[in-house]
Design a protein around this ligand. Structure first.
Ligand SMILES: [Zn+2]
Length: 91
């Protein structure tokens, strides 16, 4: 009179999903190309890219860092640039 005990090994998956906590602090990935600026130039943060010529006009040939032929600037730098380079089509 025996009984069979089946010991089943159940593989328990680690049920904890890694939840990436969303931090509210804005941290960008793309640093602003203007050298003395510490903001971020991510698109989601209003960053824009300017041409090299535009950057030289605004910050001089040593005042920016180039990325792939463009200069990524943060929102505030772009605003500054836009102020200095008012387009005719604004009127
Ligand atoms: Zn900037």
């Amino acid at each position: 009179m025996g009984f069979k005990a089946k010991a089943r090994k159940q593989k328990k998956d680690a049920g904890e999903e890694q939840k990436k906590s969303k931090s509210n602090t804005k941290v960008g990935e793309l640093p602003c190309g203007v050298k003395d600026c510490e903001n971020f130039a991510d698109k989601s943060m209003g960053g824009r890219s300017l041409s090299i010529d535009d950057a030289i006009d605004m910050w001089g040939s040593n005042g920016y860092e180039m990325r792939k032929g463009r200069v990524r600037v943060c929102k505030s730098c772009y605003r500054k640039w836009k102020k200095e380079n008012k387009n005719d089509d604004m009127y």
